[in-house]
Design a protein around this ligand. Structure first.
Ligand SMILES: Nc1nc2c(ncn2[C@@H]2O[C@H](COP(=O)(O)OP(=O)(O)OP(=O)(O)O)[C@@H](O)[C@H]2O)c(=O)[nH]1
Ligand SMILES: [Mg+2]
Length: 318
């Protein structure tokens, strides 16, 4: 038995086990989620979320860990969500991240959680935002979302944050790769990590050039800064925090923060509604109403669009 009100209360007090259990409910698409989200809703909207994305091995986890340290020095409560949209299994590829997060394992003001989202109906689209809600309600000031893997889904998760950080490293032809993956468009801030290696300046220059190629910006537009870091030694990480704070201030000043959050909420609603519809349609297999519609379509008495309209109308009647 899951006692949702107690669990939510404990999570709000910042109890790690309750937070972990709620995120597990999200990961398992548990039937209690409705109740959980209703209870959490009034306590959300405070956390500043930062998405980190970039090619495998570029230093996302190392940077995340260094950012946690930096925010802890500022006295902030920090959440970390490592999302693997390409895998239906927790752990696995994320195990290495746990090792890199060891520094924070015993800090009661840091919540670290990894999550696999591929097993979900409707994919990852609603799972990560709901896990963010849990961490938000748990009083996190900042939530860092690291996405693992490459591809469109990773980009989508990263773009669900208030601010998106794109990481690159020298010597991987990364500027070009990034442009291909459509990653330049989502970057509010670019980090050239592994600046202790040759080619960091060249990568930063190339990136600067590519960013400049986009259409002319208007006055007051945000120009994504490029910061060089050696995350493994914590170098440049304070500059990243500074740039993040600037971007957050810019978002607030220009009404962008509210706009981004509304846009995300709309996507979240859509994803839940689609998953719900899909589940209800799935329930219809073998249903008499559907069988009757199918018979009429097969006989040419009804076109498939008209039949689909009837089906959907029937599903949404309460
Ligand atoms: N030389 C150097 N190595 C670094 C730096 N930052 C991270 N690394 C190393 O790069 C490797 C990959 O770092 P991770 O932080 O795991 O990279 P990641 O992007 O999280 O990797 P995935 O999650 O597998 O995509 C590790 O061996 C790190 O120690 C850096 O600033 N300089
Ligand atoms: Mg990682």
């Amino acid at each position: 038995m899951i006692d949702v009100p107690t669990l939510v209360e404990q999570a709000r007090e910042g109890r790690p086990r309750a937070v972990a259990r709620l995120i597990t409910l999200v990961e398992n698409a548990a039937p209690q989620l409705r109740e959980v989200m209703a209870a959490l809703a009034p306590h959300t909207g405070r956390a500043y979320t930062v998405g980190l994305t970039g090619s495998p091995g570029v230093g996302k986890s190392t940077s995340t860990s260094a950012l946690v340290s930096a925010y802890r020095r500022l006295g902030k409560r920090v959440g970390v969500l490592a999302v693997d949209p390409s895998s239906p299994f927790s752990g696995g590829a994320l195990l290495g991240d746990r090792v890199r997060m060891q520094d924070h394992a015993t800090d009661p003001e840091v919540f670290i959680r990894s999550m696999a989202t591929r097993g979900h109906l409707g994919g990852l689209s609603w799972a990560a935002p709901q896990a963010l809600r849990v961490l938000d309600a748990a009083g996190c000031d900042v939530i860092l979302v690291e996405t693992v893997g490459v591809g469109q889904s990773e980009v989508e998760v990263a773009a669900q944050a208030d601010t998106t950080v794109v990481l690159l490293a020298p010597g991987m032809g990364d500027g070009i790769q990034a442009a291909k993956a459509g990653i330049l468009e989502i970057g509010d801030l670019f980090v050239v990590n592994k600046a202790d290696r040759d080619g960091a300046d060249a990568t930063a220059r190339e990136l600067n050039h590519m960013l400049g190629l986009g259409e002319a910006r208007e006055a007051g537009d945000w120009r994504p800064p490029i910061v060089k870091t050696v995350a493994a030694r914590g170098e440049g990480v304070d500059e990243v925090v500074e740039a993040l704070e600037k971007h957050r201030a810019w978002l607030e000043e220009h009404g962008e923060l509210a706009m981004r959050r509304r846009r995300r909420a709309a996507e979240e609603i859509e994803a839940i509604a689609l998953a719900e519809l899909r589940a209800r349609i799935g329930d219809l297999r073998g249903d008499r109403h559907l069988a009757a519609l199918a018979e009429r379509v097969a006989a040419g008495d009804l076109d498939p669009y008209g039949a689909a309209d009837e089906l959907v109308a029937g599903l949404t009647q309460t």
